[in-house]
Design a protein around this ligand. Structure first.
Ligand code: HEC
Ligand code: HEC
Length: 386
C-alpha cells in the first residue's frame, strides 16, 4: 500500500496532509533542476574550456533519467507513469475545463502537468543523445568518437542547440504552469515538491495503489548507471574516427619548428602545403630554403597527412582559406572569427608571442586535436620570467 493515509500536520493544527511525492521523486526533481541549470548555463554562457563541467552535468541528467524511468515503472503509486498517463481526450477535457475556470483538482500531476513531465523527460533524453553525437564527431571525445564523422557531429550539434532553446522554453512554461496551479489549487506546489506533502482535502485521483519495489528498483538503477559508465569509458578509449594517431615527424619538427611551432600537417590542404614547400625562399618575407631532398621528404609527409586525410574539427574548419593569403592559417575566416575576442596584448605578451604560437594557448596543438578542454590562455599581466 502506498502511504495515502492522512496524518496530522506538524504543530497540532487541524490540517491533514498526505505524502504525494516520495523521497526518490523529490531527489530526482531537485537533482534534475541542478543538473539542467548547470548544463544550460555552461552550454549557453561558459567559455569553451568549461566543456568538462557541461559534460558532468549532462552525465548527471542521463543518470537521473535512468532513475526516473525505473522509478516510473517500479516506484510508489504517484511516481508511476501509469498514474499520470492520461488519454488525449482527458487532457483535452482538462484544458477545456481550465479555460472555463472549472478545472478539477488532482493530488498527483494534473493532465497538463503530466504532459509537461513527459515532454521534459523526452526532450532531455534527446539532448543527451544529440550531445553525445556532437561530442563524438566534433570533439572526438566520448563513447561515439570512434564512429562519428565531423559532419554528423556538426548536424547533431545544431539539433542539440535547437533542443536546448526548446528546453529553455519548456522550463519557462513549466514554471508558469506551477505558478498557475499553485494559485488554482491554493497549494504551494514547489514546497510540496520539497516536503512531499499535500493537504488531504485534495481528493485522491485515480487511486491505483501500488507498493514501491524500492530495493530491486534502486539496484537496477545502480546496475544500469554502472554499465553505462563502464561502456562509455571503454568506447571512449578507442581512437577517434579520423584523428591522427602518430606523433609529429621528427625531421619536420626540426626543420619547420625553429621560427614558429611546427604546425600540425592537418591544418592545411595538401595543395596549400605543396604550394608553400615550392616557395620556401619567399616564406612570409623570410628565406626558409632547405636542400631539395629535405623539401621532397617534407612535402611528401605534409601532403599525405594533410587536412583531407583527417576528420578533426581543426582540419575541417581551417580548410577554407582566405583567397588573398591561401598559405596562412591565421588569415582563414574561421581562425579570425574564433580568435576575434582575444586582445592583441595577449598575442603580443611574453607568454604567447604571436598569433601563430598555437601551442601557447592550445596545450594539444601538436596533436592537431585542439580540444576545448585543452584551451588555456596565459594571463598577459603575469610577470614574465627573466
Ligand atoms: C626562417 C624562419 C622560418 C622557417 C625556417 C619556417 N618558417 Fe614558417 N613562417 C615564418 C614566418 C616569419 C611566418 C609568418 C609569421 C607567423 O605566422 O609566425 C611563417 C608562417 C608560416 C605559416 C602560416 C602561419 C600563420 O600564421 O598562419 C605556416 C603554415 C608555416 N610558416 C609553415 C612552415 C613550414 C612547413 C616550414 C618548414 C618547411 C616553415 N614554416 C619554416 C618563418 C619561418
Ligand atoms: C592567445 C591564445 C591563442 C592562440 C595563440 C591560439 N588560439 Fe586558438 N583558441 C583560443 C581560444 C581562447 C579559443 C576558444 C574561442 C572561443 O571561445 O570560441 C580558441 C579556439 C580555437 C579553435 C576552435 C576550437 C573550438 O572547438 O571551438 C581552433 C581550431 C583553434 N583555436 C586553432 C588555433 C590555431 C591553429 C592556432 C595557431 C595558428 C591558435 N588557435 C592559436 C586561443 C588561442
Amino acid at each position: 500500500m502506498a502511504r495515502q493515509q492522512a496524518h496530522p500536520a506538524k504543530g497540532g493544527g487541524e490540517r491533514q496532509t498526505v505524502t504525494v511525492w516520495d523521497p526518490v521523486v523529490r531527489l530526482f526533481h531537485w537533482g534534475l533542476v541542478l543538473a539542467v541549470a548547470t548544463a544550460l548555463a555552461t552550454g549557453f554562457l561558459a567559455p569553451e574550456n568549461w566543456l568538462d563541467v557541461h559534460l558532468a552535468a549532462g552525465a548527471a541528467v542521463a543518470a537521473l533519467l535512468v532513475l526516473r524511468l525505473v522509478w516510473g515503472l517500479a516506484g510508489p503509486s504517484h511516481a508511476r507513469f501509469r498514474a499520470f498517463a492520461y488519454r488525449p481526450g482527458e487532457t483535452l477535457a482538462y484544458a477545456r475545463s481550465l479555460v472555463a475556470g472549472a478545472a478539477p483538482h488532482y493530488r498527483g500531476h494534473n493532465p497538463l502537468g503530466a504532459l509537461m513531465v513527459f515532454a521534459l523527460l523526452g526532450l532531455l533524453a534527446a539532448l543527451v543523445v544529440s550531445g553525445l553525437v556532437d561530442l563524438g564527431g566534433v570533439e572526438k571525445r566520448g563513447p561515439l568518437a570512434a564512429f562519428t564523422s565531423f559532419a554528423t557531429g556538426r548536424s547533431f550539434g545544431e539539433i542539440h542547440e535547437f533542443l536546448a532553446f526548446a528546453a529553455l522554453g519548456l522550463v519557462a512554461l513549466h514554471l508558469a504552469g506551477v505558478a498557475f496551479s499553485s494559485r488554482h489549487e491554493g497549494i504551494n506546489l514547489p514546497r510540496a515538491m520539497v516536503t512531499g506533502e499535500k493537504p488531504a482535502r485534495v481528493p485522491a485521483d485515480r487511486p491505483r495503489p501500488a507498493a514501491a519495489r524500492t530495493v530491486p528498483a534502486l539496484g537496477l538503477v545502480a546496475v544500469f548507471v554502472a554499465a553505462g559508465a563502464g561502456a562509455t569509458a571503454a568506447l571512449a578509449g578507442l581512437p577517434g574516427l579520423g584523428v591522427p594517431q602518430e606523433p609529429l615527424d621528427a625531421i619536420y619538427k626540426r626543420e619547420c619548428g625553429d621560427c614558429h611551432i611546427a604546425f600540425h600537417p592537418s591544418l592545411a590542404n595538401a595543395a596549400d602545403w605543396a604550394a608553400m614547400m615550392a616557395g620556401l625562399d619567399r616564406h612570409f618575407g623570410e628565406d626558409a630554403s632547405l636542400p631539395p631532398e629535405t623539401v621532397a621528404t617534407l612535402t611528401a609527409y605534409l601532403t599525405t597527412h594533410a587536412a583531407e586525410a583527417v576528420d578533426t574539427k581543426a582540419a575541417n574548419w581551417l580548410r577554407r582559406r582566405d583567397a588573398a593569403e591561401p598559405l596562412s592559417i591565421t588569415a582563414t575566416p574561421f581562425w579570425k572569427r574564433r580568435h576575434a575576442d582575444i586582445p592583441d596584448a595577449v598575442f603580443g605578451s611574453r607568454a604567447v608571442g604571436a598569433r601563430s604560437a598555437c601551442g601557447a594557448c592550445h596545450r594539444d596543438a601538436e596533436t592537431g586535436l585542439f580540444a576545448d578542454a585543452a584551451i588555456a590562455v596565459p594571463d598577459p599581466s603575469s610577470q614574465p620570467k627573466e
